[in-house]
Design a protein around this ligand. Structure first.
Ligand code: IDP
Ligand code: MG
Length: 138
């Protein structure tokens, strides 16, 4: 069964959208296989977003992602990587389709409520970044 990493970013947690986001996953038939709330420090956020280290928004993004608690989840289901990306909507909420999480709640290209892995390779790296094998409910 395919797995992906979902994060509810600091803006989603502080705005009280944790339940709303999880409901959308559950309504779509996606299973939450593991979940925790945590706060990353700057270095941890930089490691998570290392692929973006040369982007102009890297400093701002890693500052934002380490600014408050996040909720990390492993989602499981058939085609869940793509399914989750569809539920999230485009990176820029202004370009996101209607009824997506980002279209409905994001306020900014950076503060866009959720993160989701974009391929099987990134899903594996990102799941292992937050969860060990004992934390994954089988
Ligand atoms: P994704 O989250 O849809 O996969 P990425 O391109 O991987 O988008 O970018 C990671 C995160 O970096 C985005 O979710 C957003 O928070 C932030 N970001 C992306 N592009 C920009 C930008 O042009 N300005 C500011 N922040 C950005
Ligand atoms: Mg990405």
């Amino acid at each position: 069964m395919e797995r992906t990493l979902s994060l509810i970013k600091p803006d989603g947690v502080s705005r009280g959208l944790v339940g709303e986001v999880i409901k959308r996953f559950e309504d779509a038939g996606i299973r939450v296989a593991a979940m925790k709330m945590l706060k990353m420090n700057r270095q941890q956020a930089e490691g998570f977003y290392a692929v973006h280290k040369d982007k102009p928004f890297f400093d701002s993004l890693t500052g934002f992602m380490s600014s408050g608690p996040i909720v990390a989840m492993v989602l499981e289901g058939e085609g869940v990587i793509e399914k989750n990306r569809k539920l999230m909507g485009a990176t820029n909420y202004k370009e996101a389709e209607e009824e997506t999480i980002r279209r409905d709640f994001a306020t900014d290209i950076e503060k866009n409520i959720v993160h989701g892995s974009d391929s099987p390779e990134t899903a594996e790296f990102e799941i292992n970044y937050f969860f060990n094998r004992f934390e994954l409910v089988i």
